[in-house]
Design a binder for this molecule. Structure first.
Ligand code: URA
Length: 256
């Protein structure tokens, strides 16, 4: 991407004084194509009985065997998400929000959960936060269409409340399968919910973003940055997010 174009994206992000550099980074072992995605114990599906017990009795849930999801191809997986009733959120959502972008993407972006715009349109990150996410990606030369974008939860929590543990567990097999199908070279978690859940770490986001991680059970490098919705509320942290994006780009270059 030429300098002028990059500066335009940075201005859109309200970051004007950052020089883009591409220093060489330490090589990072790329994920093996066959590597199974084994997520942390705490986020694995814990069985229908546990989930059903923690949900309101009035909303029926229909546990689906995770084995079906674990071997699903893209169309089967998307159909399963669209019809999903594994947690109570199915009764309040307008539609499930599966994921969008390139199925061969080198970078996978994982957010928290759909908001009102995403619930209405059926696509992740299409509201104001999504526009900022697009700018952040464009600033490192990655148009939205070249990455794969999804969320921890495929259904919107009412009033955008925080996801509950049972909801995250119910949805985790879908994310696990999306990661296995895309086989991204690098994952970036935006926001603390995605980062702390996938990494099983309790630290603050400002702590987690300082390290380079690996998705547990895999060799996929994982980085963490601020959620774009947070950046809209706290623009003074955009410079730190830009620093994170530059590290992300270095990592992508190093894994080539
Ligand atoms: N916030 C998220 O975490 N995901 C979306 O898709 C939209 C807003």
């Amino acid at each position: 991407m030429d300098q002028a174009r990059q500066e335009l994206y940075l201005r859109e992000m309200e970051i004007s004084s950052w020089q883009v550099r591409m220093p060489a980074a330490d090589p990072v072992e790329p994920p093996s194509a066959a590597a199974p995605v084994v997520l942390p114990e705490a986020v694995k599906d814990s069985g229908a009985k546990t989930k059903a017990q923690s949900l309101p009795e009035v909303v029926p849930v229909e546990p689906q065997p995770t084995a079906d999801i674990d071997t699903a191809d893209w169309p089967v997986l998307e159909a399963a998400v669209t019809a999903c009733k594994r947690c109570a959120l199915h009764s309040s959502r307008s539609r499930a929000v599966f994921g969008v972008g390139s199925q061969q993407a080198e970078l996978m972006v994982i957010g928290e959960a759909p908001g009102a715009d995403e619930d209405a349109q059926g696509e992740p990150f299409v509201g104001r936060a999504g526009q900022l996410l697009n700018e952040m990606l464009s600033a490192i030369g990655l148009p939205r269409q070249q990455v794969y974008i999804t969320n921890m939860l495929k259904s919107r929590p009412p009033n955008n409340r925080n996801p509950q543990e049972a909801e995250i567990k119910a949805c985790m097999p879908y994310l696990q399968r999306q990661i296995a199908l895309v086989k991204p070279k690098v994952i970036i978690c935006v926001g603390r919910v995605a980062a702390s859940t996938l990494l099983e770490r309790d630290e603050s986001l400002s702590q987690l973003r300082l390290e380079q991680h690996q998705l547990p059970g895999t060799s996929i490098p994982l980085r963490v940055t601020y959620h774009p919705a947070y950046l809209l509320r706290s623009p003074s942290d955009k410079a730190k997010a830009w620093a994170d994006m530059k590290l992300l780009r270095q990592l992508l270059v190093a894994t080539d």
